[in-house]
Unconditional design. Structure first.
Length: 341
């Protein structure tokens, strides 16, 4: 665990306090190894000096020393745990100064170095927490400036980090989810807002008192969002189901029921939501239904339409094409004399 500014900054990031500072000490440490000859250059002593300055609030003096340590080690040794610690300390200093871009750069370098060395999980978690806090601050600034999309991106990055630190970060996950929900709601994406609030409320319930106003507001927003909507039915599947049911009624000689279902199926097919063959088949079923009901004129028209589709798509000798042609020939024949009246 760090005993310097990084721990204090991480704690303040979580509880929302200002980073502590201290008056300059009465007595300064021994002269910096920076002043020594290169042959006597002691990186460990230099780090300890920087730690001493950081611990007493003299981060203005600590920052250049940490930078010097990192520079002297060089890129080849960037994976060292002590480099990760120095980078994290430097990130905290830049963060306190309000240099957000520089702070993010050093936080990410510290995390990359720690990922390689893997020797200090406490450092990794503290650097993650500070980076997530920085991203949340950046998102809030984007909101103030009216840059909603950038705010969503920053909050989303912060959320991914806070989720890695759960359950200790449950309340911060909930807060970030709620902020994202408000942004999506303002963008008109109410379904996404509702889904985010549905994740935030249980976490707030775990971490906040029952009467907490933040919890009450989140519950109210979730209630106002309403229940999730059922997905819109697929019109192609509706048409296919109607065809199946209509054809079954046709086989059972329930022609009136078949007619209602197949007319609906054809009207959906004609929107272009299915293939041409499916439209041709539906027309064939409907034409045969009209023929069975004695509506020869409509039967001829519909069966001719069906053949104009089925012949190019399936060929003249496909069973469906042959059955449709036979039905058309039947309605083309004159009505027998004994049925004319």
């Amino acid at each position: 665990m760090l005993r310097t500014a990084l721990r204090l900054a991480a704690l303040c990031a979580i509880v929302g306090c200002a980073s502590p500072t201290a008056a300059p000490p009465d007595a300064m440490p021994a002269p910096s190894p920076v002043e020594q000859h290169d042959d006597a250059f002691d990186l460990g002593a230099l780090e300890r000096e920087a730690d001493g300055y950081a611990a007493t609030g003299r981060r203005d003096l600590a920052a250049p020393i940490y930078a010097r340590v990192i520079e002297r080690r060089g890129d080849a040794d960037a994976e060292r745990a002590s480099d990760a610690r120095s980078l994290a300390e430097l990130a905290v200093i830049e963060h306190d100064r309000g240099h957000v871009a520089e702070a993010e750069h050093f936080y990410r370098r510290a995390l990359a170095a720690e990922e390689v060395s893997g020797t200090d999980p406490d450092l990794r978690d503290l650097a993650r927490a500070n980076l997530a806090w920085l991203l949340g601050e950046r998102a809030a600034a984007h909101v103030r400036d009216g840059h909603r999309k950038h705010a969503i991106d920053s909050y989303q990055q912060a959320l991914e980090i806070w989720e890695q630190l759960q359950p200790a970060s449950d309340e911060l996950v909930a807060e970030t989810l709620a902020n994202l929900a408000l942004l999506h709601r303002a963008s008109g994406d109410r379904e996404q807002a509702r889904a985010l609030l549905a994740r935030a409320v249980p976490l707030y319930e775990k971490t906040l008192a029952p009467g907490d106003p933040t919890l009450a507001r989140s519950r109210a927003l979730l209630t106002a969002a309403g229940a999730p909507r059922d997905p819109e039915p697929d019109p192609a599947e509706i048409a296919r189901n109607l065809d199946r049911e209509g054809a079954a009624h046709l086989d059972r000689r329930e022609y009136v029921r078949a007619k209602v279902l197949l007319e609906r199926a054809v009207s959906i097919h004609e929107r272009g939501v299915t293939t041409r063959v499916e439209l041709g088949a539906s027309l064939s079923y409907l034409g045969r239904t009209y023929a069975a009901l004695g509506d020869r004129e409509n039967a001829r028209y519909v069966l001719q339409r069906s053949l104009s589709i089925l012949v190019p798509e399936l060929g003249k000798f496909d069973p469906l094409t042959l059955a449709t042609r036979a039905s058309l020939e039947n309605v083309r024949d004159p009505v027998p004399a004994d049925r004319a009246d």
